[in-house]
Ligand binder design. Structure first.
Ligand SMILES: Nc1ncnc2c1ncn2[C@@H]1O[C@H](COP(=O)(O)OP(=O)(O)OP(=O)(O)O)[C@@H](O)[C@H]1O
Ligand SMILES: [Mg+2]
Length: 379
């Protein structure tokens, strides 16, 4: 008998519900605690529907404290409002970037689904693109192609906008433009055009949920790190400082998730810039809301364990009975062992369950959990 069918027969479930320790939209249904932080994020999000300004929100947490999951929460809250276009992407690149700030701009462009926008707003999108001022004619040309060209050219235009291809002169001509997007200022023109289109479609705000900002420090050498910081600051100030007037455009709001360690390094960077000046202080000055995650309380940990143990991943809903019954000694044991770090809680529960399911145990207690982990040499 395969393990899956065994679990299904004995416990009525197909999979250990703790096996997945990665933040996902799915796990918003087992989200616990964080009411205080959530209230702050929601206050910003509700302002974004009629924005008067851009926002930067910082989410700081240790490894596994739920930064990515928090960003999923922010995006899902933002999705409730038709006036907000939320996107999610990570700071971490696949390789060392050749053009640090530029490649971040491409990532923003990549996070916007133009094909879907064109489909969902088929009646408005043409007018929204045409409303881009003529100063930005290349942007207009490319966005038209991204939305309406025949598939080959459409994909080419999209790849170009996302920095995936490096077109030669003939290819540029085929797309109807002369300049490549090879510096930040050109990329900012594209951003302005995109924000204009979003506004035309009824979006007041482009919300960027940016994960793993700490990769800033491993991604690029020191002098380049400040390019990113300056860029974030520039996005907050956007479109101020652009040479041309983009007219009325959607606002930009950035939710940045950074590890505690990354945050410490940002502070060090700020101190190092103290005498010579630099972009970090101005970025810090622009932070509207700062939230720290921290570990879960024992009650929240219990709620998390209870929810996950009741969550039927196969059917995607809560079951009436937990996968395996548990008592308070089990909760206390896990909480002491993990000190309330969500990822560690899930991780330890996963190991206990893997072993417990294999042994066919019928209740989770401190004693069974201790024994199971000891047998696996994890205690
Ligand atoms: N408040 C919470 N309620 C329920 N589950 C949570 C909570 N916070 C985090 N989790 C779960 O804990 C696990 C780790 O969370 P997440 O991946 O968001 O942490 P992280 O801070 O982004 O970690 P890393 O620093 O490694 O990127 C995920 O499975 C997530 O669903
Ligand atoms: Mg994460």
């Amino acid at each position: 008998m395969s393990e899956d069918t065994f679990i299904e027969k004995k416990y009525g479930l197909r999979e250990n519900p703790f096996v997945d320790q990665i933040a996902k939209e799915l796990w918003l249904s087992t989200w616990v605690n964080r009411q205080e932080q959530l209230a702050k994020w929601q206050a910003v999000i509700s302002n974004l529907r009629k924005p008067r300004k851009n926002y930067i929100v910082l989410i700081i947490g240790d490894y596994g404290e739920g930064k990515s999951q928090s960003l999923f929460k922010v995006v899902s809250e933002a999705k409730q409002h038709l006036e907000i276009y939320p996107t999610f992407f990570t700071f971490r690149g696949e390789q060392k970037p050749k053009a640090p700030g530029l490649e971040f701009m491409f990532r923003i462009f990549k996070s916007i689904d133009f094909k879907k926008l064109a489909k969902a707003h088929s009646r408005k999108i043409e007018a929204a693109i045409e409303a881009i001022p003529d100063d930005f004619d290349e942007v207009k040309t490319i966005l038209r192609k991204c939305c309406f060209a025949e598939p080959d050219l459409q994909n080419k235009a999209l790849y170009f906008l996302q920095g995936e291809i490096n077109p030669n002169k003939t290819e540029l001509k085929e797309m109807g433009i002369i300049r490549k997007i090879d510096d930040i200022d050109v990329a900012k023109e594209y951003l302005a055009g995109i924000l204009k289109v979003l506004k035309g479609l009824g979006f007041q705000t482009l919300l960027l949920a940016v994960d793993e900002v700490e990769y800033l420090f491993s991604l690029v050498p020191r002098p380049q790190q400040s390019i990113y910081v300056a860029l974030l600051r520039g996005l907050y100030d956007f479109p101020v400082g652009m040479m041309k007037d983009a007219g009325e455009i959607a606002r930009v709001t950035i939710f940045l998730a950074v590890s505690s360690d990354g945050y410490r390094r940002l502070n060090e960077m700020e101190k190092a810039e103290y005498a010579i000046g630099g972009p970090t202080r101005p970025l810090f000055d622009r932070i509207d809301v700062q939230t720290n995650l921290g570990v879960l309380t024992k009650e929240a940990a219990e709620e998390l364990i209870t929810k996950r143990l009741h969550f039927d991943r196969v059917k995607g809903r809560y079951a009436n009975q937990p996968l395996i019954p548990f008592d308070q000694t089990f909760i206390a044991f896990i909480w002491e062992l993990t000190k309330g770090n969500p990822r560690h809680i899930i991780n330890k529960c996963s190991h206990v369950l893997d072993a417990g399911i294999e042994m066919g145990i019928s209740q989770l207690t401190r004693i069974t959990a201790e024994k199971l982990l000891r047998d696996r040499r994890e205690l």
